[in-house]
Structures are given as C-alpha cells and as structure tokens.
Design a protein around this ligand. Structure first.
Ligand code: 6GU
Length: 251
C-alpha cells in the first residue's frame, strides 16, 4: 500500500514509522510511505503556509492556495485509477474505528493531510478532500499523531503484516468484542496461577473459555460494543448470566 502524508512536520514521523511493525512493513514492501512537507509547496519567499482568518477571531489558518496545490501535486505523483482517497485528519472528521481501518486497507493508495493551527481554509475541503477522519473526541495540536494511528491500524488489516496467519482476525474489536486475558510462563507468579483449562491442551475447551473471557471483559468494560457484536444463543445466555450475577451482587 502506498501512503502519501502531507505535513508541516515530516520529522515527527521518523521514529514511529521506523520501528517495530511499521519498519517491517516498509522492509517487506507492504508499506510505501512518502512524506511531503507542505512548506515546499509555498510560492512565498518566506515559505509561508498560513494566514489570519477573515472576520477575525485569532489563530492562523492553512491557506487554500498552498494546500490545494500541495495536495494536487502529490496526488499526481501516482497514476492510481481510481484516484486515491484524500483524507483530512481533523477532530471534525468521522470517527476512526476497526471498521474504518478495514475499509481503508482495501485501497492501494491513500493520501493523508495533516491539519494544523486553528485548521484550514474551508475551500481546501471543497476542492481537494474526499474524506475526513478523527481518532477521538479530544483535540490534538496537529493531525500527525492521528495520521500515524491511522497508518498503523490500517496496515494491521492489510494481509501479511502480522506473523501468525490471520492474527488480525483475533484482535480486539475484530469480532466486535474485546480480547480476554492471556498468559505465558511462569505457571505460578506471586501466587497467581495460570487458569487450569489453558494448561490442558483441550483446544475446544480453551476456545470456549477464551470466548467467555472476551465476552465477560466486554460486558464489564464496554457494554456498548455488545449491541453490535454477533453472538450465538449460548453467548446470549452467558450475558444473561452475567446480568444475574451483577444483580445478585447489588442485593
Ligand atoms: Cl485527526 N486531528 C487533530 N488535530 N485532533 C484530533 C484528531 C485529528 N482526532 C482527534 N483529535
């Protein structure tokens, strides 16, 4: 997958995109990452990219002429048909999620635009942006960290990055549930024992136990996710049991 990022701070990507899985993704050719400094597209002798807003109000905005020229130049570097989505990273965008990551992973190329300052001239959206993404309901000083979150989560959904075959299918959220507990050696640590069932080698039993743990954790922490999760009758029965246990505790 080719990803082009437009940013005022390309150096912010250096360490995060060159360690661990992102490094591996680049090494194996899964990720073809291109960083573009928006400032390089300014026609101004001071390389200015921002200006004060019409109507006042303070703060600075990215100029439409600079940013649209930058985006159109970068899109033209590839010859992908249809042209890639051009995604503005902004707290006003649609909320990023596992499902959005899977959707983005279907594209051979993405262009991510990192906003900064108080935002950008509205005409950038009208002329050059096809999608807007936010990674949560809080405001970051710029879109760079959000872009890195999107790149990481999206690449996880492109087959071949994770070592174990289909490991992405077992992630939290892949089936609408959080993951349950995991254990490795030692079998007893400070009096805490690895659950017996995991030490039996009975795979059917282990799978059932794991599913129940995932269900219990989701029930305890993110009940909102259960509304969308696909559950079997047996799992719905388990949820009813959790609810009864909660009710017992309250008595
Ligand atoms: Cl994508 N950008 C900024 N600046 N803040 C955010 C965000 C993006 N997502 C959540 N907060």
């Amino acid at each position: 997958m080719r990803i082009d990022v437009l940013t005022l701070f390309p150096n912010m990507f250096q360490s995060p995109m060159n360690e661990s899985m992102m490094w591996k993704a680049k090494e194996t050719g899964l990720l073809d990452l291109h960083l573009h400094d928006i400032r390089d597209y300014s026609h101004d002798k001071h390389r200015a990219v921002d200006d004060t807003p019409y109507g006042g109000g303070g703060g600075m905005l990215l100029r439409a002429d600079v940013l649209v020229y930058a985006i159109e130049s970068v899109v033209a570097l590839g010859d992908h048909q249809p042209p890639p989505p051009v995604i503005l990273m902004t707290p006003q965008g649609r909320l990023f999620s596992h499902d959005v990551a899977r959707e983005l992973a279907q594209h051979p190329r993405l262009v991510l635009v990192c906003s900064h300052y108080e935002g950008e001239d509205e005409r950038v959206r009208q002329l050059a942006i096809t999608d807007e993404i936010s990674i949560g309901d809080y405001v970051l000083t710029g879109g760079e960290l959000a872009a890195m979150v999107v790149i990481d989560a999206t690449l996880r959904q492109v087959g071949g990055l994770l070592g174990a075959e289909g490991a992405e299918l077992r992630d939290s959220h892949a089936d609408g549930l959080l993951e349950g507990a995991h254990y490795t050696r030692p079998p007893v640590f400070r009096g805490l024992e690895v659950p017996q069932v995991l030490q039996t080698g009975n795979h059917a039993q282990i799978e059932a136990w794991r599913r129940e743990q995932a269900l219990r954790r989701t029930w305890e922490r993110r009940r909102d996710l259960l509304r969308k999760a696909k559950l079997t009758e047996a799992e719905k029965y388990l949820l009813a049991k959790f609810a009864r246990e909660d009710a017992q505790r309250l008595k």
